[in-house]
Design a protein around this ligand. Structure first.
Ligand SMILES: O=P(O)(O)OC[C@@]1(O)O[C@H](CO)[C@@H](O)[C@@H]1O
Length: 315
């Protein structure tokens, strides 16, 4: 079973608009609502692959009830932690040319009792979990060391941990030796405090994260592909993608693909890239099913193109 933990879930509203114009009233040509948050998306993709998953998430207010209903309608098993504050709503504005602008709300502040109840729920479900995926930003109230504590507890329970977060929450958790961390290029650049201009820069930054404690680094480089840097080796993977519709949740689909395929080595990297490439062809944060995947479009190699200049460099 893959357990996911999303301390700051969201109701994701996506509006399709012809083009953004500041100060104007924009008329959306399409809209959709998804249950969101990074761990929630991982659970949706794992469930779409027919694997068992449970999503642990604090839920509050009317948006929280809607997130629960939407997950229920999709057959996703949820372990809700009731909280007093309302679950946040995050907005994505998707322009016809593929450019996406996202507004993420801060979310409710969790009281000490709610934080403890979240940890206790994870502890209770840990015994059935092969992997725990801890994903997304921390809501107000949770200390930057919260994921570090979760990783330490989960390791004591014998689970493997995938961590997808950024900034201080990521850096503080590294000494607890998460089994895999999944930064994007920008998060990787921020973690090591230097820009990434080439694939080689991303490899070197991933090596730094391993030096700080991460057992493996699955780095998503957007249109440039993905890297897996682990004790067993370094691999680089790319996929042909025809049309990009929405990249919201593509990283989460990738992480799900990686964990579904065992969470280590080139086969898992290939699955990660196939899931990420399928997700960007789907609207909003819709997660791919096996029918959406095109494994033949994926290339994995140990010959990492170190000098290749990134199409999307990280400042
Ligand atoms: O604010 P966070 O926790 O960093 O990210 C939240 C979020 O942007 O991540 C998912 C896409 O990865 C969305 O479902 C959700 O809105």
């Amino acid at each position: 079973m893959i357990l996911t933990v999303t301390p700051n879930p969201s109701l994701d509203r996506t509006y399709e608009v012809p083009a953004l114009a500041r100060g104007e009233v924009l008329r959306a040509t399409g809209e959709r609502v998804d249950p969101g948050g990074k761990g929630v998306n991982v659970s949706r993709a794992v469930a779409a692959a027919g694997r068992r998953t449970v999503a642990v998430l604090p839920l509050g207010g009317a948006p929280g009830a809607l997130v629960a209903d939407l997950l229920d309608a999709r057959g996703i098993e949820v372990a809700p932690v009731p909280v007093a504050g309302a679950t946040r709503s995050n907005i994505a504005l998707a322009e016809t040319d593929g450019v996406l602008t996202k507004i993420n709300a801060p979310g409710p502040e969790l009281s000490p009792a709610e934080q403890e109840s979240l940890l206790e729920t994870v502890r209770r479900l840990s015994r059935d979990a092969d992997w725990i995926a801890c994903c997304g930003s921390l809501p107000r109230g949770l200390a930057p060391s919260w994921y570090a504590e979760l990783v330490a507890r989960a390791h004591r329970a014998g689970c493997r941990i995938a961590l997808d977060t950024s900034g201080p929450a990521l850096l503080r958790a590294l000494p607890e030796r998460p089994d895999v961390v999944k930064p994007n290029a920008e998060e990787l650049a921020r973690a090591v405090g230097r820009p990434l201009a080439t694939v080689g820069d991303a490899v070197r930054a991933s090596v730094v994260l391993r030096g700080l404690g991460a057992r493996a680094v699955l780095a998503s480089l957007g249109a440039d592909g993905q890297l897996l840097v682990s004790g067993a080796g370094t691999w680089f993977a790319t996929a042909r993608v025809s049309a990009v519709r929405s990249n919201v949740g593509a990283g989460d689909a990738s992480l799900a693909g990686f964990l579904i395929a065992g969470g280590a080595g080139p086969g898992a990297l290939a699955s990660a890239v196939a899931h990420g490439a399928a997700a960007v062809r789907l609207p909003g944060s819709e997660m791919p099913t096996p029918a959406d995947l095109d494994p033949a479009a994926v290339t994995v190699t140990t010959e990492v193109p170190m000098d290749r200049v990134l199409k999307e460099p990280a400042p």
